[in-house]
Write a protein that binds this ligand. Structure first.
Ligand code: DP6
Length: 361
């Protein structure tokens, strides 16, 4: 059993609440410097930073009622339909989070969840889903406490809990740019929870756009969890973790000055380095599809021809995130319609942009 983090253990519960229901909407996020490799209880091997998204989000209503049987009692409904296959992951999360939320065994929980994006779209629904669940649980805890947590401590514990469900979910509580993982040059950063990026951010990044081009909407051949596991004993693991730490340092002046050429070089290299880790794992695997590469090449040609600073990033899948400044929306959307859409599965893409973080419903 790993050590408990005392600061996240609650005060004794003083209030009795028989039943109720709480609801939160939590966004997805897209990493610029990637988290790939973990240890211990969901601790990252390197620091990561992401843009919180706006439209891609999960809304969760969590109802809690008295219960009689021992153990956890969880029912999950996705868009109103029972989803028994989601339950084991949530039970695992409950057992890890149990010491920090001692009421989890006291109630029967019904989770009504829905995503703003198609469930099978391959967009990381674990980040938005786990953060929405963590926020709902913490909201229930607030009702049981004599003195609820301050807003800052609430977000910190929510991020801590979300991390226990899925690492990248730690970065889906706050808006804007969010950092997870301790870095000596980023004050307040921690492996345990994410924080809003504390340094200067140029205005160009405040409303940056991200169009998610949906290349492959099927089940991934290798899950993120398995992929993280393959970073143990990976021949390039330590170089990769060092690279991420230096990229975190390098991104600071880029974010402060709005140097888009340097931003593009760093972000695209991070995406390809992430996939390079997959290509060189044992066993190796490839998550990119031919359409992923076709889109990347078209983005590169577009950038060369127009000088418009649009670039790509990838998460652990085949979909391409096309990142660009809001002022170039029109030209980039024309590129998407005319040249990129034909590579998307059923022509599907989602326009999104930097968002403000999770909200109580
Ligand atoms: C490639 O957070 O999905 O998107 O912690 O096992 O749930 P678990 O993994 P997950 O990994 C996401 C990895 C990534 C990069 C990133 O978001 O930083």
């Amino acid at each position: 059993m790993s050590e408990l983090h005392q600061e996240f253990l609650p005060q004794a519960y003083t209030n009795t609440v028989e039943s109720g229901s709480v609801a939160w909407k939590s966004p997805s996020n897209i990493a610029l410097v990637k988290y790939w490799g973990k240890h211990g209880q969901q601790l990252p091997k390197n620091t990561s930073i992401s843009f919180t998204l706006d439209h891609c989000a999960t809304s969760t209503r969590l109802a809690f009622d008295p219960k009689s049987r021992p153990g956890f009692d969880i029912t999950v409904l996705l868009d109103g339909k029972p989803q028994a296959d989601f339950v084991p992951k949530i039970e695992k999360f409950f057992s890890i989070a149990g010491p920090y939320l001692p009421f989890l065994e006291d109630y029967s929980f019904t989770l009504h969840t829905s995503n703003s994006f198609p469930h099978s779209s391959g967009i990381a629904s674990s980040a938005s889903g786990m953060s929405a669940l963590a926020l709902c649980l913490l909201e229930i805890e607030s009702q049981l406490l004599e003195t609820p947590l301050s807003d800052t401590d609430f977000k910190k514990k929510a991020s801590f809990l979300a991390r226990l469900g899925s690492g990248s979910a730690a970065r889906s509580i706050d808006g804007g740019l969010v950092v997870w993982g301790a870095h000596e040059e980023i004050p307040g950063s921690s492996d345990l929870f994410a924080i809003p990026y504390p340094d200067m951010v140029h205005e160009v990044f405040r409303d940056f756009c991200d169009t998610v081009l949906l290349v492959d909407t099927g089940e991934k051949v290798v899950s993120s969890t398995v992929g993280h596991g393959l970073m143990h004993d990976h021949p390039f693991a330590s170089q990769r973790f060092d690279q991420a730490q230096s990229n975190m340092l390098a991104i600071k002046p880029i974010l402060a000055t709005g140097d888009l050429d340097a931003f593009i070089a760093l972000v695209e290299s991070e995406a390809l380095s992430l996939h390079a880790m997959m290509l060189t794992s044992s066993p190796y695997f490839i998550l990119m599809k031919p359409a992923t590469l076709a889109i990347i090449n078209k983005i590169w040609s577009f950038r060369k021809e127009t000088g418009i600073p649009a670039c790509f990033t990838l998460d652990a899948g085949a979909n391409v995130h096309l990142l660009y400044p809001a002022k170039h929306k029109e030209a980039v959307r024309e590129l998407i319609e005319s040249q990129l859409k034909p590579h998307c599965k059923e022509g599907a893409y989602i326009h999104d942009q930097v968002g403000a973080g999770a909200v109580r419903l």
